[in-house]
Ligand binder design. Structure first.
Ligand code: FAD
Length: 564
């Protein structure tokens, strides 16, 4: 990377720390030799990103065993599930962020934080190249590189515009704190603009037309927040434009919240209808200009245009440029995210891990793997296994693919031991491999990839930290069945996601929730559940207190509509 050549020579952070080490050695003589050696032996871990995945990893990591460096352009962690509340001032931006240095300080050890953006990952040479995002007129170098023994990539994702023309220039996004702050100002702008003298009714209507593209959880939650802000606060302050305000939600699928249970999706649609939020389903936006949105009705192919005052684009996520560049280097092109194995190791790289939204676990074809396991076990190629051999194989399979257990249960096979009986209920002496494999015929299609959520990211961070903490131990005492231990295939059990449910706040103190075990709960009581869960999930007591006092402030005094 030519742009960095100058900087390599002048400054490398990792060698910088080694230099300090040799100086201290000569200062303190032999008495510190032992501890210095341990210091020198510490493996260098570089963590990219301080979002849900990176922060959860850092919180769980035993930093005394590693030399940890963290790179992120934001020196804080943001509690993204409350971002929609920031757009309307229900919660203040500073209430949902925690300085990353404060989180790291609680670790009682040293972690180095560099406020910079990673611009390139050189996996072959184990280096990451970074650029500071500070004002260019500050003195010092803007670019540097870090060397690592282990790299943890938790860079999240960026908005996906699907290359739709005009989206980047004219739409708002809802991904970062700054986005939410911009939206808040822009909403008030629309009302102030519409209230200026001399505007025609049509112009006022256009300024007060709020369009949200994307009917997923973020788009729906923002629409609901906006509706509450307008009806509870703004209408009182701008009574003259009361009847001209409109909110439209455009969704390309047939229903909004289509990743949720059907009951929630239809509850949301009915609630929005009652609230006067127009939901246009089956429409795909084809372009956005400074004044209007062009969209295509998927069923008829008709193109129509709607004028708008403000558009928020929330249609999903895609890979960041630095991730795309790494994918190209390692032959993972045309993917939404970096492919990892079930141990979260990036495929095609050594000692590189990827967690959170920037990664996706490559579900190898389970059946292919299972067939291979049977092939190895069936030494005489007879197509059958003894009961003992079969039980061993099942143990291997369930450790690697715990989901297979659920799958078998869904086929009313309560217990794998059932397979060891014949139709008369007598114990079998041998098990037919093909018979068992036919039971798993649809298992691959049932194993879906994990959603891009904070829940997944945080669990992956915590899992990876546990793996790192036991890395040395596991080299000598690996977990997992003998078969894999012998081949050195893995040292830890694979990552397993536990789903704790998801919320969809719908405004007017109504929330819908999908809870584990196919439970669905909707209404005001679920809104209180939402308040308690989100308060408890805050990263510190400070943010918990701030968020709860913001909610109380909103109940007592309403939201603040000043444009600052
Ligand atoms: P992020 O949290 O996005 O963190 C990425 C980190 O990488 C950031 O610190 C960023 O600054 C840093 N970074 C970016 N580029 C670089 C670079 N070049 N170099 C170094 N660092 C970089 N999930 C839920 O489970 N429940 C919800 O209710 C929910 N609500 C949401 C509401 C909104 C509005 C949004 C936007 C998301 C919501 N999500 C929710 C999804 C959730 O926020 C993401 O899944 C989660 O943030 C993913 O975590 P991550 O660590 O992978 O990425």
């Amino acid at each position: 990377h030519p742009a960095f050549t100058k900087v390599f020579v002048v400054f490398t952070v990792s060698t910088g720390s080694l230099l300090t080490y040799s100086e201290s050695k000569s200062d303190h003589g032999t008495e510190n030799d032992e501890s210095s050696k341990t210091e020198a032996k510490k493996k260098r871990v570089v963590v990219l990103g301080t979002g849900w995945a990176g922060t959860s990893f850092l919180k769980g990591l035993d930093i005394s065993s590693f030399d940890v460096q963290v790179v992120s352009p934001r020196n804080y962690f943001a509690f993204t599930p409350l971002l929609p509340s920031v757009t309307c001032g229900t919660v203040e931006a500073r209430s949902i962020v925690e300085p990353i240095r404060k989180i790291m300080k609680k670790k009682h050890g040293e972690i180095q934080f560099w406020e910079a953006e990673c611009v390139k990952i050189d996996a072959a040479n184990k280096k990451v190249f970074c650029r500071s995002n500070h004002d260019t007129d500050l003195v010092g170098n803007d670019e540097f590189f870090l060397e690592y023994d282990y790299l943890v990539i938790s860079l999240g994702a960026q908005v996906n515009t699907f290359n739709t023309s005009g989206v980047m220039e004219h739409c708002h996004f809802l991904k970062e704190i700054e986005d939410a702050q911009k939206i808040r100002r822009s909403i008030v702008d629309c009302f102030e603009k519409a209230s200026l003298p001399g505007l025609s009714n049509e112009e006022m209507r256009t300024n007060l037309h709020f369009v949200i593209v994307g009917g997923g959880p973020t788009g729906v939650e923002f629409a609901a927040e906006l509706h509450d802000f307008i009806t509870e606060d703004l209408i009182r302050l701008y009574p003259m434009v009361k009847d001209l305000v409109k909110i439209t939600l455009i969704q390309s699928g047939d229903h909004i919240l289509n990743t949720f249970d059907e009951r929630i999706s239809s509850f949301a649609e009915k609630k929005f209808q009652r609230d006067g939020i127009e939901v246009q389903t089956g429409c795909r936006v084809v372009s956005v200009s400074d004044r209007e949105i062009k969209m295509k009705l998927k069923s008829k192919g008709e193109i129509s245009s709607i004028p708008y005052g403000m558009v928020v684009w929330s249609t999903g996520i895609g890979a960041r440029p630095v991730i795309k560049d790494l994918m190209e280097q390692i032959g993972q092109t045309n993917r939404r995210a970096l492919a990892t194995d079930e141990w979260l190791r990036v495929l095609g790289c050594d000692n590189v891990y990827a967690i959170g939204d920037c990664a996706t676990i490559n579900q190898r074809k389970v059946m292919e793997d299972i067939s291979l396991i049977f092939e190895v076990a069936d030494k005489d190629n007879s197509g059958t296994l003894t009961v003992k051999e079969f039980q061993d194989v099942i143990e291997d399979i369930l450790i690697r693919y715990p989901q297979v257990d659920l799958y078998l249960k869904s086929k009313h096979l309560r217990n794998v031991a059932d397979l060891l009986k014949d139709s008369q209920g007598n114990d079998r002496e041998e098990v037919d491999i093909e018979e068992f494999k036919s039971l798993l015929s649809h298992v691959d299609s049932k194993m879906k990839s994990l959603p891009a959520t904070a829940q997944v990211a945080a669990q992956q961070g915590a899992y990876l930290a546990r793996c790192f903490n036991h890395m040395e131990d596991c080299k000598t005492k690996p977990e997992g069945p003998l078969r894999f231990r012998e081949s050195g295939h893995h040292q830890f059990r694979p990552f397993q996601y536990k789903h704790f449910g998801q919320f969809a706040p719908l405004g007017g103190e109504q929330t819908a929730a999908e809870l584990p075990g196919d439970w669905v709960s909707m209404g005001q009581s679920t809104q209180w559940l939402w308040y308690s869960v989100y308060a408890s999930k805050q990263v510190s007591w400070r943010t918990r207190f701030l968020v709860m006092s913001d909610w109380t402030r909103r109940f007592l005094f309403g939201r603040d509509s000043s444009r600052i």
